[in-house]
Design a protein around this ligand. Sequence first.
Ligand SMILES: Nc1ncnc2c1ncn2[C@@H]1O[C@H](COP(=O)(O)OP(=O)(O)OP(=O)(O)O)[C@@H](O)[C@H]1O
Ligand SMILES: [Mg+2]
Length: 355
Amino acid sequence: MILSDNNKNNNIKNENLKPQETDFDKTFDNKFENSIRPKTFNDYIGQSALKETLKISIEASKKRGVSLDHLLFYGPPGLGKTTLAGVIANELGTGIRITSAPALERPRDIIGILMSMKAGEVLFIDEIHRLNKIAEEILYPAMEDFSLDITTGKSQTVKTLRVAVPKFTLIGATTKAGALSGPLRDRFGIIHRLEFYNIDELKAVIKRTAKILEVDIEERGAYAIAKRSRGTPRIANRLVKRVSDFAIVKYNGKITEDIANEALDNLCIDSWGLDNTDRAMMKLIIEKYDGGPVGVETLAAALGEDVKTIEDVYEPYLLQSGLIQRTPRGRKVSPEGYRCLGIDVPAYNGQKSLF
Ligand SMILES: Nc1ncnc2c1ncn2[C@@H]1O[C@H](COP(=O)(O)OP(=O)(O)OP(=O)(O)O)[C@@H](O)[C@H]1O
Ligand SMILES: [Mg+2]
């Protein structure tokens, strides 16, 4: 059972595929996402080492009748952090409270949630790196000893009361593990980085989603979509939906390799899985800054994006694919990046340093 504190958590995040989403799109996409979101470890594709660790921890916590250790998942958007929290609660056979750090602005927000948890339940805090200091300090004893230190009175009459809270499991998720304070990070039993998915895993995600959508898809069709999914299940799922719409409207509904490629070309997603914003960013570095290095703030201003979106959404995949490189003086496009854009690789790059 998923009890959501606010709708924000279910919102589709800024996806480069759809920069100008309407409320209707969001509602529709939320329904679509919920229908395909895995509920069990069996449905949750990839991340096998992590799943094995979690299965053992869950089994042990059930046998010992204690709550599961607190978990922190981090990694780029759309890799399955929120989904995994839901799967864990489901496998534990318990409820999950979903919230995000910006919704825990006042002390009473976090205290209210902690006091109302049931023993063994999961508390999922998204964007946990954005917790304010007060909320963090309330969480420390709650995570460690399942208690809250509540202060009453003023100056000389001040008293601190220790109140017990039900034994819960905190699952934190963030795209920015580096921004988490040390004391908070240290209180998690398992800290795990979710990695980009390989082509076979993405194909499995795509075939599973096609099955749920009752769409016929050929092996090569699934491969064509997987290749352009940026290593990200959320994007793979969106592409299946888009390609399937295309196949229904223009052809007989079946997704073949040719149909997938035609549909993806129409969406301006190239064979690297890059979209217009990725390409615009790389082109900008090449054309305006001689291939870099250029600071992320400068890039963000020139692209009209905020720094966070570039760092959390666009950059991780470009870095992982080796298309751009991060240097102490900023970002630069790699020779592979030039080739991917069909631009000749210069002999010298950026500040005249040889590749
Ligand atoms: N391992 C997986 N197997 C199958 N589908 C997955 C998997 N991981 C994620 N998905 C699909 O991808 C979508 C995005 O996943 P999710 O919302 O959990 O990502 P996230 O890491 O929480 O992203 P964000 O950082 O933006 O919050 C989900 O709706 C789910 O359907
Ligand atoms: Mg999430």
